[in-house]
Ligand binder design. Structure first.
Ligand code: ATP
Ligand code: MG
Length: 331
């Protein structure tokens, strides 16, 4: 197998008394999307800044395509693009103007800068807005412009720090499409996010970080498998929750969590699971009518809660005027 294109080994970084990174390890295979998932203050931006040569680690090493991010920072910069946590577009320029300026600053000829700007505007759906000032763009368009600005020089590795935080669901979807489009070109993407559904949809591999170190690594399915399936039962009569709970506890060998409001119960299943027919029969025998019985894979939210002991997004930090809660999904 090829060596991973992004490697971090034992990264440490302190800011005064704050230990932002405490031995972070990462390895991202070329051509894949790695989702770095963690709550506010977990160390995501610090990690990205080190990988992108903007900060030096206090200890540990990182390499991009084999080049050390400290000793060979110039080589690394030629291989990467970075869209920071807050979109950095010039509001006084048009979308096209922003791209051309960046192209020129990156030493492209005038002709090449213009050509590349138009290519990117076309491909990522901003051509219609190309001649409008970026200051009038929506939060989602600004983010997309910021992202494609990083593509001018065709980076092999793209770092995206919370690319959709604070965006409405439609704009998030547009950014996701743009990221998928990039990956088809073979670009390796490392994105940070506080949104579990984002990591779930985009990432080949997820690294969950908390307090500056990786606490779990795997594909979305592998992470979900660590906590097993759940059995959900909705009752016709919520008054029978108690009876249903003891039946389910007996079958599953775990304590069901009742929700009196919806008249439903949910119970984690041990490996090997349970037969739905047995559940229905036992409930029936106890005189409890079920409106719905189903098996459900855990969501990444549940995985996160289990790993960190607290929910994700406990303190979302919107950076745009439009803020909508991300759509939660049962997987
Ligand atoms: N320049 C700095 N000076 C002092 N403390 C810092 C600095 N940068 C980061 N920190 C601290 O280091 C820790 C990790 O911060 P970091 O920005 O990497 O977290 P994050 O995971 O990106 O969080 P968020 O989701 O809020 O963006 C936090 O406690 C933060 O306050
Ligand atoms: Mg951050």
């Amino acid at each position: 197998m090829d060596d991973p294109i992004v490697v971090a080994e034992g990264l440490h970084k302190n800011f005064g008394d704050t230990r932002a990174l405490r031995g972070l390890d990462l390895a991202v295979p070329a051509g894949t999307v790695c989702g770095v998932l963690g709550p506010n203050g977990a160390g995501k931006t610090t990690a990205v800044r080190i990988l992108a040569t903007l900060a030096d680690p206090d200890a540990g090493h990182a390499r991009i395509a084999g080049h050390d991010v400290v000793a060979e920072a110039d080589r690394v910069r030629a291989l990467i693009g970075l869209a920071g946590q807050y979109a950095a577009v010039d509001e006084k320029l048009t979308g096209r103007g922003n791209l051309r300026l960046f192209g020129r600053l990156s030493h492209l000829s005038r002709r090449d800068a213009h050509r590349r700007a138009d290519e990117l505007l076309e491909r990522f759906g901003l051509m219609e807005a190309a001649d409008r000032r970026a200051g009038g763009y929506s939060g989602g368009m600004r983010r997309r412009l910021d992202l494609i600005t990083c593509l001018i020089l065709r980076p092999r590795v793209l770092f995206l720090d919370e690319p959709t935080t604070g965006l409405d669901p439609r704009s998030r979807g547009e950014i996701w499409d743009a990221i998928r489009e990039l990956v088809t070109d073979g670009t390796t993407v490392l994105l940070t996010t506080q949104y579990l559904d984002e990591a779930d949809r985009l990432a080949d591999d997820i690294v969950v970080i908390d307090h500056g170190r990786a606490i779990a690594t795997g594909t979305p399915d592998e992470l979900k498998a660590t906590i097993g399936d759940r059995l959900d039962v909705v009752l016709e009569d919520a008054a029978l929750l108690g009876g249903a709970a003891s039946v389910l506890a007996g079958l599953a060998g775990a304590e069901p969590v009742p929700d009196p409001e919806s008249g439903s119960l949910s119970v984690p299943l041990a490996r090997g699971g349970i037969r739905l027919a047995d559940v229905v029969r036992e409930l029936d025998r106890a005189g409890v009518a079920a409106a719905d019985v189903g098996l459900r894979r855990p969501t990444l939210d549940e995985v996160f809660l289990r790993l960190t002991g607290r929910p994700a997004e406990d303190d979302p930090a919107p950076d745009q005027s439009v803020e909508t809660a991300p759509a939660k999904e049962t997987v």
